[in-house]
Design a binder for this molecule. Structure first.
Ligand SMILES: [Mn+2]
Length: 457
């Protein structure tokens, strides 16, 4: 066995064994009619992960009590420590709190994919810790929390839930010209069993809307000059000789081909693999769109609607989720025209965008990514967004793979800089976050600029 083994087959085997231990513990509690206490993250991946475990529990005839939280803070753990459940199930969080989770009154399963770990938990008898990083696997790219959670219920043979594992992987942006590692293992099983279908298609936002809107609402992948720009989108269609008000589905085949070729010129990723569940509600059929709806529910602080969708509510929850997605797309359109108009504040090695606006604060990280992808902002300098919240500033940083290969590590930069001002921060080299006191903002900006300068020299 070697850590560099390409397929990671051995490591996956160990991870699956650990997940099987978790499923045995779960089954034992379900057999004893215990209500399972589920705690998950309130983002797209966390919501799908909660969907996986809660569906599995219901199908086994069991009951659950679920909470979706932004972070596993001390006050959350303190509240849980007073609860008398026999089994706690943590999704998309918990690996950084193994010690405290080990002190809860009941037994615990942790299904996480984050790198931060306070302990492996190997010596603890009352918990099973499932995390790819324990076995030398990559949890940033190769599996989401929904995937890890799916592995813990996989022995119960509910392969239909594999679709939510894929939704979570899309939610955590793990699709990158395909899925890798464990995601690929789960996907292959789902395709073989007929749950998920794979085909090549144009990845535009909606095929039932007038084309210029559908293209302007397409953010993944980003189309320079078109995404978030209704006028730009109309201009593009006029230039290539396609009527902008027509729906994609009403185009003649040769027009579809022509459109496809022109879009591929702008961004080759616009045409690629699409994964769908034919039996699903049309709004959720495409798993990437399913993830976008959950993401929009999360960003609108309506996680419960997202979870209802995952739990099978096919009445009010889906139209509500679709509405949240539209609202989100519209705020992205506004945000993009704002950065196009205002630009960023450039320093020597980094650039900043600052806001106090409530709507913009919700989408600053995404705006940073889109600003780079749409070539509105200079890709040569990391984008750091600053959102003022009373006497604090919430910070998101985004950069490109090219810059990380030159040495930029935003996770380290934001961690180091925020700690200098009694703030907190960290993350990945390409995307990171922090919180600092507002009064130190100017000094913080200079310090990040200096740190990045050291990283690239
Ligand atoms: Mn996650």
């Amino acid at each position: 066995m070697s850590k560099s083994s390409k397929s990671g087959a051995y490591q996956q085997h160990y991870l699956l064994n650990r997940a099987k231990e978790a499923s045995e513990l779960l089954k034992k509690h379900l057999d004893e009619d215990h209500v399972v206490r589920v705690i998950s993250h309130n983002d797209s991946d966390g919501i799908s992960a909660a969907g996986v475990i809660c569906n599995a529990i219901s199908r086994g005839g069991g009951k659950f009590h679920v909470s979706l939280v932004p972070r596993l803070k001390d006050n959350v753990l303190e509240r849980l420590s007073k609860e008398k459940y026999q089994l706690f199930f943590f999704c998309d969080m918990g690996s950084g709190y193994v010690e405290k989770i080990g002190q809860l009154k009941g037994q615990a399963i942790i299904a996480d994919h984050h790198q931060t770990m306070d302990s492996t938990g190997d010596e603890k008898e009352n918990l099973v810790h499932v995390n790819p990083h324990l076995f030398g696997l990559d949890g940033t790219r190769d599996v989401s929390a929904s995937g890890v959670t799916y592995l813990t219920v996989r022995p119960l043979e509910i392969v239909e839930l594999a679709k939510l594992a894929i939704v979570g992987a899309f939610g955590d942006m793990q699709y990158d010209d395909g899925f890798h590692g464990i995601n690929q293992t789960i996907l292959s099983e789902a395709i073989e069993s007929g749950v998920v279908e794979e085909q090549e298609d144009l990845k535009i936002a909606s095929k039932g809307e007038p084309l210029y809107k559908a293209l302007a609402h397409t953010f993944q992948p980003a189309l320079p000059g078109i995404s978030g720009d209704l006028e730009g989108s109309r201009g593009f269609l006029e230039k290539i000789g396609i009527s902008y008000g027509i729906k994609f589905t009403d185009l003649a085949n040769e027009e579809k081909d022509h459109l496809k070729e022109r879009l591929v010129d702008l961004n080759p990723q616009i045409f690629g693999q699409v994964y769908s569940v034919p039996k699903e509600d049309p709004a959720l059929r495409n798993l990437e769109k399913y993830a976008e709806i959950l993401d929009a529910c999360g960003k609108n602080k309506k996680h419960a609607v997202g979870l209802s969708i995952c739990l099978g509510d096919r009445k009010s929850a889906i139209p509500e989720g679709v509405e949240f997605l539209k609202k989100y797309q519209n705020s992205l359109i506004k945000g993009i025209s704002w950065i196009r108009r205002e630009g960023s504040q450039e320093m020597e090695n980094v650039q900043y965008i600052y806001t106090e606006d409530k709507e913009k604060k919700k989408i600053m990280g995404t705006l940073a990514t889109l600003g780079i992808d749409l070539k509105i902002l200079n890709p040569e300098k990391p984008v750091v967004t600053l959102s003022r919240m009373h006497d604090q500033v919430k910070i998101s940083g985004r950069t490109t793979l090219e810059m990380t290969s030159k040495g930029v590590n935003l996770g380290f930069a934001l961690e180091q800089a925020s700690k200098s001002f009694n703030g907190a921060g960290g993350g990945h080299n390409i995307a990171a976050g922090a919180v600092i006191p507002y009064r130190d903002l100017e000094n913080f900006k200079n310090l990040v600029n200096d740190i990045i300068s050291t990283q690239i020299s």
